[in-house]
Write a protein that binds this ligand. Sequence first.
Ligand SMILES: [Zn+2]
Length: 118
Amino acid sequence: MKKYKIEIEEILQRVVDVEADNLAEALDKVQEQYDNEEITLDYNDFKDVDIRQYIPYIEMGNDDKRYCSECGNEMTQGYCINDGLEYYCNDDCLHKHYTQEEYDKMYDSDYAYWTEWE
Ligand SMILES: [Zn+2]
């Protein structure tokens, strides 16, 4: 069996009534209420869910180059996760996503390792 990274994105949606002189003011008012947490969406506002393969936010245009999935730095060495589905340039970037313990487990199952590229 292979391992896959699947992302789950939930969409919360609510329609609120607001009185204002124009649309811009209406948007500002609601933005302010949202920022002040007078409006907070929760599971009652659930609208839809997307479940799909996770693709790191930086698409690689050139196969010869690798970029850190966290900070975007070009890499000549670093952590390779799940056959290159994710790369991390150093411990700091790695540990934003995985603890040392998690990494050790992934390393034990050949799911993650440190490597150097030409
Ligand atoms: Zn990085």
